[in-house]
Design a protein around this ligand. Structure first.
Ligand code: NAD
Length: 257
């Protein structure tokens, strides 16, 4: 129960990795505020959970929030503080791409960077004072696309930006007792792969022989957010079944002899 008496904000908490993170933090005792632009989906997840864990409704709240809109983020965080009075953990999970590589198109870049890089900045800015008061912790969800070239330059550059955002804020906020880290997932089984018939065709690219599950990423987020990681800040942790360990070696195993 690493998060007893702690309040966590999870952006993008209605689905996929964000929902798995919300569940993991709830399992470990946290009170959880889910911020998402799909509040009904979040409410329905929480209703289902309440059937097996009656404490869910008193320990959770859903706030409609679009992380691309600064006023929406400020309003949602103010509502979280109104409801719970403190913020100890920020899990910035909301993000994604549109699975279209629009090259260097202006509108595409603005949209992707606003969601994946500027979105976390807006959330951190809104939570900053509360995190300093609680000596809290921030975990942002990046991607292996932000570590090596897997395609989609706008998405990749935005996710890569999180690494230097974390390093700089780690230095700035460390003296106030606030930590900030990034997890960089490989392929994870969420709805984003539905249109491609699921992610399993990519399993051979993973030395550990499978793609990731949302719970794999949630476990790493919970670790970095917890006191178990109390001397870790400013890092980007790949959670990727080994895909970044040796991409060429992995691919060479798949070539015919
Ligand atoms: N699934 C993967 O293979 C994978 C791999 C690496 C990184 N990621 C990253 O993990 C994160 C979660 O992705 P997922 O696969 O769970 O996707 P998902 O679509 O299942 O969940 C994303 C959640 O974010 C919310 N969201 C999207 N835009 C938002 C906005 N503007 N404001 C507020 N909420 C918003 C959605 O409503 C949804 O609930 C993203 O940042 C994504 O880039 C995913």
């Amino acid at each position: 129960m690493r998060f007893d008496d702690r309040v966590a904000v999870v952006s993008g908490g209605a689905n996929g990795i964000g929902w798995a993170t919300a569940e993991r933090l709830l399992d470990e005792g946290a009170r959880v505020a889910v911020l998402d632009r799909e509040p009904h989906a979040a409410a329905s997840q929480l209703e289902k959970r309440a059937v097996v864990d009656a404490s869910t409704s008193e320990r959770t709240a859903v706030f409609e929030c679009d992380v691309t809109d600064p006023a929406s983020v400020d309003d949602a965080v103010a509502a979280v503080l109104d409801r719970f009075g403190r913020i100890d953990v920020v899990a910035s999970v909301a993000g994604g791409d549109n699975a279209v590589d629009d090259g260097l198109d202006e509108e595409h870049w603005n949209a992707i960077v606003s969601l994946n890089l500027h979105g976390p900045v807006r959330l951190i800015r809104a939570c900053r004072e509360a995190l300093i008061a609680s000596k809290g912790s921030i975990v942002m969800v990046g991607s292996v696309n932000g570590v090596a070239a897997y395609g989609e330059p706008a998405y990749a550059a935005a996710k890569a930006g999180l690494t230097l955002l974390a390093k700089n804020l780690a230095v700035e906020l460390g003296p106030a007792g606030v930590r900030i880290n990034v997890v960089a997932p490989g392929t994870v089984r969420t709805r984003v792969w539905d249109h491609q018939g699921g992610p399993d065709a990519l399993s051979p690219l993973y030395p550990l022989g499978r793609v990731g599950e949302p719970a794999d990423i949630a476990a790493a987020i919970a670790f970095l957010a917890s006191d178990d990681a109390s001397w870790i800040t400013g890092v980007t942790l790949p959670v990727d079944g080994g895909s970044l360990a040796g991409p060429l070696a992995t691919m060479s195993r798949l070539l015919p002899n």
